[in-house]
Design a binder for this molecule. Structure first.
Ligand code: TZP
Length: 217
């Protein structure tokens, strides 16, 4: 059986021009892994398919060195081509990680029933990183979704929250959003690590906040 996935400090990359300054994405991700990121999703809305495949291969190799799962956002064909850990099940077969973003109880239950491995719940707070978010649900919205998952027999699905999460609000969000029967497995962040002056230190601090706030499974 595959080892359980640690969702506690989930890094999502960003390809917005300028966000990395003069730094290289692979170096930033490697630094974040040194700081304790436990799972990486490559999200690239700007580059050509060739660049995406090339970058995905490099990032996958880095993640393998750290024994951390590597997922690709949306581009299921690229995930299939490079054989990474995250995908859409029909195309890539069993033993892959599928994540679905949910901003409502309905979406969360639908994804859980369809067999998603984990949910990205949000958008929690407004964020400059993704401007087309459907709704800002706050920690209370996250708690409602977690309660309903547990109440409908889907309390076992892994969950992270996403959207505007940073070092200053992680502990509060982890604590406030926890439903009595189910708490978050972790937090997913883009800018809190990718745009940080020191991504390794940012990942270390974020990871320590999550672990302090997390209720053991
Ligand atoms: N999905 C919902 S919000 C978001 C994504 C990919 C962006 C989160 O970015 P940040 O910088 O962590 O607020």
């Amino acid at each position: 059986m595959a080892a359980p996935v640690d969702y506690s400090t989930y890094l999502v990359t960003d390809s917005t021009p300028g966000i990395l300054g003069d730094r290289d994405l692979c170096q930033v991700v490697e630094a974040a892994l040194q700081g304790g990121v436990t799972i990486v999703q490559y999200r690239d809305k700007h580059s050509s398919r060739d660049v995406v495949v090339e970058t995905a291969k490099k990032l996958h190799d880095i993640c393998k060195r750290f024994q951390v799962p590597f997922l690709i956002n949306d581009q299921v064909d690229v995930a299939a081509e490079i054989g990474c850990e995250g995908k859409a099940r029909e195309l890539l077969g069993p033993n892959k990680i599928i994540g679905v973003t949910a901003s409502s109880v309905e979406e969360a239950l639908q994804a859980a029933k369809a067999g998603a491995d984990y949910l990205g719940i949000g958008t929690v707070f407004s964020t400059q990183t993704k401007k087309d978010t459907k709704s800002i649900i706050g920690p209370n919205g996250v708690r409602t979704i977690l309660s309903q998952l547990a109440a409908s027999g889907h309390g076992g699905i892994s969950t992270v929250c996403i959207g505007g999460i940073n070092i200053s609000n992680t502990q509060q969000v982890m604590t406030q959003s926890s439903a009595p029967a189910k708490s978050l497995n972790g937090v997913a962040v883009v800018s809190a690590i990718i745009a940080a002056a020191n991504p390794a230190a940012a990942a270390r601090e974020l990871s320590s906040k999550v672990l302090t706030a997390k209720v053991p499974d």
